[in-house]
Design a protein around this ligand. Sequence first.
Ligand code: FAD
Ligand code: DHB
Length: 389
Amino acid sequence: TRTQVAIVGAGPAGLILGQRLAQHGIEAVILERRDRAYVEARIRAGVLEQHSVDLMKEIGVGERLAREGLVHDGVEICLDGRRTRIDMSAMTGGKKVTVYGQTEVTKDLIAARLAAGLPLVFEAEEVRPLDIDGERPRVTWRKDGVEHTLACDFVAGCDGFHGICRGSLPEGAVTVFERSYPFAWLGILAEAKPAMDELIYARSPRGFALCSMRSETISRHYIQCRPDEDLEEWPVARIWEELRLRLGDSGHLINEGPVTDVSVTPMRSFVAEPMRHGRLFLAGDAAHIVPPTGAKGLNLAASDVHYLSDALIDFYGTGSGDALEAYSAKALARIWKAQRFSWWMTSMLHNFGPAQAFEDRVRQAELEYVLSSEAALTTLAENYVGLPL
Ligand code: FAD
Ligand code: DHB
């Protein structure tokens, strides 16, 4: 069989790309390693920038998002138990963010794709992009013991950080820039009313904490922990207690409820450049990872495929490869700004431990300064709501 674009991975990047290409009459086949239930249940990001919301709307999957998404004008930052509200909307000419879980984004996109009868293969094993240096790339995979081959014009590697596409590039094809952090996030999902109607990011001597949400009845909270944290040591009572201590909550802020998920997320910054080799294009986590502080991961996946779909639409419309040629540089310019913001928010809000006592004092002072300065708060706000495409 043959298609125009073979998309590897049915995460937000692959699904949005497939949807936008279909809207413009470009054929694609999406190949996903996992099953549908797994992909739809994977709890990850929760905050959408305005441009991501606009993109969902544009590609025809904005209806439930508009109905159920929680629109936020601001966030709170809590420093040593004292909270300051940042009115981000007022500081950015009216931009807002929307709380809508990545699980819901994925469900809406999968439902739209299947309803339209567009090809999406789950449980595709051993997906391999081949001949990407030539004019006629192919992708092969196995499903239910049967080998398949798909000829295509282009391969879109939307298969996340641990995917096959980046790793299948020849030695030296990409340069990697990365940094790891000496901590991780322990996240919980709970059937409990959120602490406030906006998110609270907290810095405290005990470490970072974040009170987020998925709906008016579901809370999503995170606390900084060790990268090798043993969840056995974190009975839920201890997690609630630690959240309270980090928020300086004497008992009126955080609402407890049954905890339905506990997980640990490692923190890293990573960029692979360029995001193209031959006829293979990387997008989303396949090309870059940001630490989650600042909620940029999912939004970058959306902006990458916005650029990539524009370039493919241009190619099929005009026959010129110029836009495809420019894709990597265009995407990377925005990615590096989000990397900077995520790294900065991560540094300023976490506790790096006794080995960095001097730097921790500087980070504490930086956050105090930011909270005292209209100018500094404005730069935080304009990055948080999302830089222009
Ligand atoms: P993914 O969502 O990773 O999708 C890639 C898809 O490709 C997956 O469905 C995968 O199964 C599939 N795949 C992988 N390998 C293959 C293969 N060989 N063949 C076929 N298919 C394959 N961001 C935030 O902003 N806030 C958060 O709180 C947050 N929490 C996170 C928690 C975790 C545990 C992780 C891993 C990420 C988190 N992120 C968070 C980041 C955010 O979720 C990602 O940036 C976003 O999912 C990127 O979308 P993507 O489509 O590029 O990649
Ligand atoms: C969430 C995750 C983030 O990384 C963040 O900065 C804000 C919210 C969340 O999962 O709700």
